[in-house]
Design a protein around this ligand. Structure first.
Ligand code: PMP
Length: 397
């Protein structure tokens, strides 16, 4: 037997499996609600005008493709930090925040997890039940034991807040708690502002290390509104990590643009943390790619482009809300005995629709693809496919 001959097949990724089944379906009317991508009303992944204009500027500059610094493009790191914390925030003024460019939100989580593993190897990690399906695997592969905290309540289609708070209060001091800053994936159920207050108080009192994952800033209530959670954690003091991603908010999925930010107790501590984060990056992929970071930095720092981005992002946010409204209204007409009003209260690209695995399978027989958990991507609905989807759902209820 050779080294490789005994290696077993790894389990299939459940979401990519849906896409494979969708691609193999020959029905021209097929609809994929299993994705984690924003589509416009024409069912296309948009190329934002702000991105096109930034790329035109960059082509004009015809800059050579040298290596970036290990921590990424300085203009990018600064712009991202100001976006995440607010330019006037104390952690920036006091030089306590460090931000390194990362390979998407996933890469930010990975370098954060590797960094924590070096300095807190025995810490327990807690993720929401359920969470983005890669969270557990990422932290486990970095060497952590990963636990769940109570989060989703199927009965109310909202957050089991009492359960969540009880779990937070029971975590050992020094535990890392991964929180979705906004637009919870996969459920669409977010905490209220008052509930965040209680979470922040429990995290501080319990000596926990919060790791905020912000993959959808701007898809909830707005750019600043969604970022407010980060600011409140930063103001509460204590160590803090934030991963953020521009995959969705800039529709730059394949460019892999994200960042990891860490808040230190002092500027001096921040310097030490940055030096260690650079080691993590250096031993993973040496330094990040140039293009996506330059595009985002150009948009964020050029006032007209920034304005355009904010408008385009608002357009995506509003369209998703319209689809939620239409979904609820149309289902009320077709299936008045069922109450889907909760879909309107959910936030971001996803909805735990409450559909069972059996119902999802029945939908699949009609060439409509959703995740077995009942998660649908509201951003994959549009004015042309929504009636088809509603009719199909009404039939399986
Ligand atoms: N965190 C969450 C909650 C996500 O939903 C995603 C992407 N779907 C990521 C992180 C990863 O983002 P990226 O695609 O930029 O790696």
């Amino acid at each position: 037997a050779s080294l490789f001959s005994a290696i077993e097949m790894a389990p299939r990724d459940p979401i990519l499996g849906i896409t494979e089944a969708f691609n193999a379906d020959t029905n021209p009317a097929k609809i994929n609600l299993g994705v984690g991508v924003y589509y416009d009303d024409n069912g296309k992944v948009p190329l934002l005008a702000c991105v096109q204009k930034a790329e035109a500027i960059l082509i004009e500059q015809a800059a050579p493709r040298t290596y970036l610094p290990i921590e990424g493009l300085a203009a990018y790191d600064k712009a991202v930090q100001e976006l995440v914390f607010g330019a006037d925030s104390a952690v920036i003024q006091e030089r306590r925040a460090i931000t390194v460019q990362a390979i998407g939100g996933t890469g930010a989580l990975k370098i954060g997890a590797d960094f924590l593993q070096r300095f807190a190897p025995g810490a327990q990690v807690y993720i929401s039940d359920p969470s983005w399906e890669n969270h557990r695997a990422l932290f486990e592969s970095a060497g952590f034991v990963v636990n769940n905290y109570a989060y989703y309540d199927a009965a109310t289609h909202g957050v089991n807040f009492a359960g969540m708070l009880a779990d937070l209060k029971a975590m050992p001091r020094g535990s890392v708690v991964l929180l979705h800053a906004c637009c919870h994936n996969p459920t669409g159920a977010d905490l209220s502002s008052a509930q965040w207050d209680e979470v922040i108080a429990a995290v501080s009192a319990g000596g926990l290390v919060p790791f905020l994952d912000m993959a959808y800033q701007g898809f909830g209530a707005g750019i600043a509104e969604d970022g407010a959670v980060v600011r409140r954690f930063a103001a509460a003091g204590g160590p803090l990590l934030i991963s953020n991603s521009f995959s969705k908010s800039f529709s730059l999925y394949g460019e892999r643009v994200g960042a990891l930010s860490v808040v230190a107790a002092s500027a001096e501590e921040a310097g030490r943390l940055l030096s260690q984060l650079k080691r993590v990056v250096r031993t993973n992929y040496s330094n990040p790619p140039v293009h996506g970071g330059k595009v985002v930095a150009t948009v964020l720092t050029t006032p007209e482009l920034r304005q355009l981005w904010e408008e385009e992002l608002a357009g995506m946010r509003v369209r998703i809300k319209e689809m939620r409204d239409a979904f609820v209204k149309k289902l009320k007409e077709k299936a008045p005995e069922h109450d889907f009003a909760f879909v309107r209260d959910q936030v971001g690209m996803f909805s735990y629709s409450g559909l069972s695995k059996a119902q999802v399978e029945q939908l699949r027989a009609q060439s409509i693809y959703a995740v077995d958990t009942g998660r649908i991507c509201v951003a994959a609905l549009n004015s042309r496919n929504i009636d088809i989807v509603i009719d199909a759902i009404a039939k399986v209820l």
